[in-house]
Design a protein around this ligand. Structure first.
Ligand code: PEP
Ligand code: MN
Length: 339
C-alpha cells in the first residue's frame, strides 16, 4: 500500500500514520523518495481501512496496490481445476462442463424424468433445488431434506454428480450426506456464516454472484471459502440487477475475461436466471461459451408449465436438445469439448 502525503518532510504526520499502522494493523511503514512524501506500507495490509487513512488531514491519496483478496487472486496460480468425477473436471481449459436439471425438485418422478433428459445428452452434473430462495413467502419454498434425498437417489440411478442450493450453515451436514457440490445462491453470496461453513466442507462449492456485487466483493466472498480451507471454489455469473427490465437480470458476460485476469477460479455461466425466458437461454449460453466460460448451468424440465418454480425460463426437451447441440458447436469452435 502506498500513502501519498500533501506536504513533504512532514515528520509529525509520518510518525502519526506509522504508529497507527503498527498499533492497529501490525504493519510496517517505510518512507520513500527524497521529498519524504510517500509511505510504503508492508505486512498484512488487506485489513487496513482505506477510508480511515484517507480521512487523516494531510493525506493526499492512498493506493492499495495489492488486491484485498489473496488466495483467490491470479497471482497465486494460473488455474484451479475442480475434479467432480473421473471424467468431469471444471476449469479444464479444454472443456465446457454442462450442468442441467430442474429449478426446483417438485417430486421424485419429475426429478427422475428430468435427470433422464439430461443424461440422454451425456450431462454429468444434475442440478435441482431443495431449498428455494423465493422473493415472496407464499411461493413454493422447496421440499427441503426430502428433496435432497431424492437428489441422491437420482444421482445414483443415473450415475451423475449432483448440485443443490444450500441457504444456511446449519444444513451443511444434510447436504454433505446427499449432494456432491454445494451451491451458494446469489442472495447468499454475502452470508458469511454460510461461507465459513462451506469453507470447512470437503465438497466443492459453486458461488453465484450477488445481485448487486462487484467482482471484488464476489472474489472477497470466495476468499472466505478459500481462507477457511476449501480450495474447490467455482464462480457462477448469473446476471446483476440494473435499471433494465426487459431481461430478468443483466448478464455480465464481460466479467468472464475480466475474472480470468483477476482469479484462477473456474467460471460458470447461468443463462437461465439471467434471461428469465426460455427462448433467450440458448443464445446467451452460446455467448458464455464463446467468451470462455468453463461451464454452464441450465434449467430444464420435461413439461415446464408444471414446474413449481421458474416455468418461464425452463427448457423443454426440444429447446434443451437444440441448446446442447449448439453449445457443442460453439465449444468446438473455441477448441473445447462439452463434458
Ligand atoms: C438457482 O440457481 O436455483 C437460483 C435461485 O439462482 P440465483 O441464486 O442465481 O437466483
Ligand atoms: Mn430457478
Amino acid at each position: 500500500m502506498l500513502i501519498v502525503l500533501k506536504e513533504k518532510n512532514h515528520t509529525a504526520l509520518i510518525n502519526e500514520i506509522s504508529d497507527l499502522l503498527e498499533k492497529k494493523y501490525g504493519c510496517q511503514s517505510h518512507v520513500i523518495g527524497q521529498n519524504r512524501r510517500v509511505i510504503a506500507v508492508t505486512g498484512e495490509t488487506a485489513g487496513i481501512e482505506i477510508g480511515l487513512i484517507e480521512s487523516i488531514a494531510g493525506v493526499k491519496s492512498v493506493d492499495r496496490v495489492d488486491r484485498p483478496y489473496k488466495l483467490a487472486s491470479r497471482e497465486q496460480k494460473d488455474r484451479t481445476q475442480v475434479k467432480i468425477s473421473r471424467d468431469c473436471v471444471i476449469g479444464d481449459p479444454a472443456s465446457v462442463v454442462m450442468i442441467a436439471g430442474p429449478c426446483s425438485i417438485d417430486s421424485e418422478e419429475q426429478l427422475m424424468e428430468t435427470a433422464a433428459m439430461a443424461k440422454k445428452k451425456g450431462v454429468k452434473i444434475l442440478r435441482g433445488g431443495a431449498y428455494k430462495p423465493r422473493t415472496g413467502p407464499y411461493a413454493f419454498q422447496g421440499h427441503g431434506e426430502k428433496a435432497l434425498k431424492m437428489m441422491k437417489k437420482a444421482g445414483e440411478k443415473y450415475g451423475m454428480a449432483t448440485i443443490s442450493e444450500i441457504m444456511k450453515a446449519d444444513d451443511i451436514g444434510i447436504f454433505e450426506e446427499n449432494v456432491d457440490i454445494l451451491h451458494i445462491g446469489a442472495r447468499n453470496m454475502q452470508n458469511y456464516d454460510l461461507l465459513k461453513a462451506a469453507a470447512k466442507s470437503k465438497k466443492p462449492v459453486m458461488l453465484k454472484r450477488g445481485l448487486a456485487a462487484t467482482l471484488e466483493e464476489w472474489l472477497l466472498a470466495a476468499e472466505y471459502i478459500l481462507a477457511g480451507g476449501n480450495p474447490n471454489v467455482m464462480l457462477c455469473e448469473r446476471g446483476i440487477r440494473t435499471f433494465e427490465r426487459e431481461v430478468r437480470f443483466t448478464l455480465c458476460l464481460g466479467s468472464i475475461p475480466a475474472l480470468r485476469e483477476l482469479t484462477h477460479l473456474p467460471i460458470i455461466v447461468d443463462p437461465s436466471h439471467a434471461m428469465g425466458k426460455t427462448r433467450w437461454v440458448k443464445d446467451v449460453a452460446l455467448g458464455g461459451v464463446a467468451v470462455g466460460a468453463d461451464g454452464l448451468i441450465i434449467e430444464i424440465h420435461p413439461r415446464p408449465s408444471e414446474s413449481m418454480c421458474d416455468s418461464a425460463q425452463l427448457l423443454d426437451e426440444e429447446h434443451w436438445n437444440d441448446c446442447y447441440d449448439s453449445v457443442a458447436k460453439v465449444a468446438e469452435a473455441v477448441g473445447k469439448k462439452v463434458c
